[in-house]
Write a protein that binds this ligand. Structure first.
Ligand SMILES: [Zn+2]
Ligand SMILES: [Zn+2]
Length: 631
């Protein structure tokens, strides 16, 4: 089908979600158990056999037609449930070569050979274990509630996201030819926001990434006789220094650009001038023009520095990673955000003012460059434990985001229950935005109206941070629009009294393990925390999304500047184009966080920490992508 499916009314999607989520308490321990199992047994990119088997087993058990080995270890599950759109739900399965330092009782101690055969520690430091657990949980919930919806669910568990080649591998293996082309694609990613918070962004949400290998050829010799050599170490050093000026002097200040030399190697001994030096360079940008500009600057500077030092042989420059931006369809993004808004309540859904410089290969599933690309929506699910968030330095949410352990940090320790519950509900409700029916079908008519996140309702004893009179508690089944909150079916079971135990020794901001305080027994349902941490999105309901976005991006700038953003001449800039797509779209929920500061860290989870301890480079034929170029 070529047309974008019609999304159901967001309140109806939320109602379907409420009905479907009634099964959540029954299913949740299984999802949580699967997550813990994956976390303890992470697998590197291209080696996700055990994870893939777990996914395939789960899907088979719940009635899906299952296909394994798609594009390597990829798994596809199909569930046909009458006429209707095909909705693809995607998660990634791979982990990182990183030694876990979270102190969690289920921390990974796994070691495995990397693609060079070198044994490395392995950790789920990017949350792909949670993505996968939420994916099979959502698949199960949808399978168990077929009366609530119609259409086809296409489950895609992707390998090798961290190497940015898993999505392409699945497509090249005939994903759409063999299993049908979806009408809309949905995906999510954990990020360093408060656990349970859902962050949307219409238009570009993640940047583009490219990576280059550079080999500089000098002429080696004795360290005491430098005049007889061409020293590649000096050439490489000058290249690194000179490249630092590219973003600041050559790229327009209105564009986002990053250029990082992530690897530099030369020589073996102090008294030998080597023959060559080797560098790896990574760039990030929000559009191809900027990425091309960075590329040509790299090429020009590398060649010029080699020539300036009198190198007889031209340097070798090779691009070995190239991944485009993730650009959410504006209409679909608004539809899914509206359904999340209706389901979770306004305190749990925000609109990000700026894209993240992180990169995902999720965008390939949308067939960029195709005459009829497939619309997709990708959002973030906050994973930071609330006590860690609260203790993080920073006066604003965006400052705090830069000060909590983030994706790719050895301390990345998602708050298990609130994160999984939110991720599971978010992808299920998003699917029901397209699969659900506007008219009542099956049990939908008996759904409670309004926002609801059924699950155990809050218990005053377990709500240490609850504010007296706070009317909103989306995680517990919030009263909305004057409705009375549904009564809890059963008393709250302490989510942290389970066999997995509470996380111990969560890292303090800055990477130091914190004292394990008394466990927060009801962190998952503590709406007062979020409500007090993020500005109230409903504070100024009259403000348009566009204007609020402008505030967020520009602060309290004067109107003249705003007009400039609106003017045609600003249209080449990525941000303006992106804003235009938001402006076109009336359905985005009102009210992004107000007035976040300009700064490098807001807008999504930036990569942090050293993700990769790579061995020395092989020869020029070594074209295996490294694991450090994505979110
Ligand atoms: Zn990731
Ligand atoms: Zn990652």
């Amino acid at each position: 089908m070529e047309t974008v499916p019609h999304a159901v009314d967001p309140d109806r999607a939320a109602q379907h979600g409420s009905v479907v989520m009634r099964l959540l308490d029954e299913l949740f321990p299984l999802v949580e158990g699967f997550y813990v199992d994956l976390h303890k047994n992470p697998e590197l990119s291209h080696a996700e056999q055990r994870t893939a088997s777990g996914v395939a087993e789960w899907l088979t058990r719940t009635g899906y037609e299952v296909h394994k080995g798609i594009g390597g270890t990829g798994v596809v599950g199909i569930l046909r449930n009458g006429p209707g759109p095909t909705v693809m739900l995607r998660a990634d399965m791979d982990a990182l070569p990183l030694e876990e330092k979270t102190g969690l009782p289920y921390a990974s101690t796994t070691r495995a050979p990397d693609e060079d055969g070198v044994e490395v520690p392995v950790m789920h430091a990017c949350g792909h274990d949670a993505h996968t657990a939420c994916l099979v949980g959502a698949a199960d919930l949808l399978s168990e509630t077929r009366d609530e919806w119609a259409g086809t669910v296409m489950i895609v568990a992707q390998p090798a996201e961290e190497t940015l080649d898993g999505a392409q591998a699945m497509l090249a293996d005939g994903l759409y030819d063999r299993f049908g082309r979806p009408d809309v694609i949905l995906g999510q990613h954990l990020g360093p926001q408060p656990a349970g918070l859902i962050s949307h962004r219409a238009g570009i949400i993640l940047g583009a990434s490219r990576a280059y290998r550079v080999r500089v050829h000098g002429e080696g010799g004795h360290a005491s006789q430098p005049h007889t050599t061409v020293d590649p170490v000096v050439i490489a050093a000058n290249i690194v220094t000179r490249l630092q000026g590219v973003v600041s002097r050559e790229i327009s200040p209105s564009e986002m650009a990053v250029l990082t030399v992530g690897r530099i190697q030369a020589g073996t001994k102090a008294n030998i001038i080597p023959d060559e030096a080797y560098l790896e360079i990574n760039t990030r940008a929000l559009n191809d023009n900027v990425a091309d500009q960075l590329e040509s600057a790299i090429e020009r500077i590398v060649r010029a520095e080699a020539a300036a030092s009198g190198a007889a042989r031209e340097p070798d420059i090779e691009m070995f990673v190239s991944c485009g931006v993730t650009r959410n369809d504006a209409t679909c993004s608004a539809e899914v955000a509206a359904a999340h808004h209706a389901y979770f309540g306004e305190d749990y859904v925000i609109h990000l003012p700026d894209p993240s410089p992180g990169t995902e290969d999720f965008n390939y599933f949308g067939l960029p460059g195709d005459p009829q690309p497939i619309p997709y929506v990708f959002w973030f699910v906050g994973a930071t434990p609330h006590d860690v968030w609260e203790a993080a330095p920073g006066d604003t949410p965006y400052e705090k985001m830069g000060n909590v352990p983030s994706n790719h940090s050895p301390f990345f320790a998602p708050a298990r229950e609130p994160t999984l519950r939110a991720g599971l509900a978010a992808i299920t409700v998003a699917a029901l935005s397209y699969l659900g029916a506007d008219g009542a079908r099956g049990g939908a008519s008996s759904a409670p109206a309004g926002a609801a996140f059924p699950g155990p309702a809050p218990d005053a004893v377990h709500e240490p941070r609850a504010v007296a009179g706070d009317p909103v508690d989306p995680f517990g089944g919030a009263p909305a629009r004057g409705e009375t909150a549904p009564q809890p079916a059963a008393p709250l079971s302490d989510p942290l009294s389970d066999p997995f135990g509470p996380p111990q020794g969560l890292p303090a901001p800055g990477g130091r393990p914190a004292q394990a305080g008394p466990p927060e027994p009801n962190d998952a349902y503590d709406s007062a925390f979020l409500a007090s941490s993020w500005p109230d999105p409903a504070q100024d309901p009259a403000k348009s999304t566009y204007d609020a976005d402008m505030d967020a991006v520009m602060g309290a700038q004067d109107d003249e500047l705003r007009d400039e953003w609106r003017s045609d001449k600003a249209e080449e800039s990525t941000l303006s184009t992106d804003m235009a797509s938001i402006l076109d779209d009336d359905g985005v929920p009102q009210g992004p966080p107000q007035g976040p500061p300009a700064g490098p860290s807001y807008g999504g989870p930036p990569p942090r920490g050293s993700a990769h301890h790579a061995p020395p480079p092989h020869g020029p034929d070594d074209d295996l992508p490294d694991a450090e170029y994505r979110l």
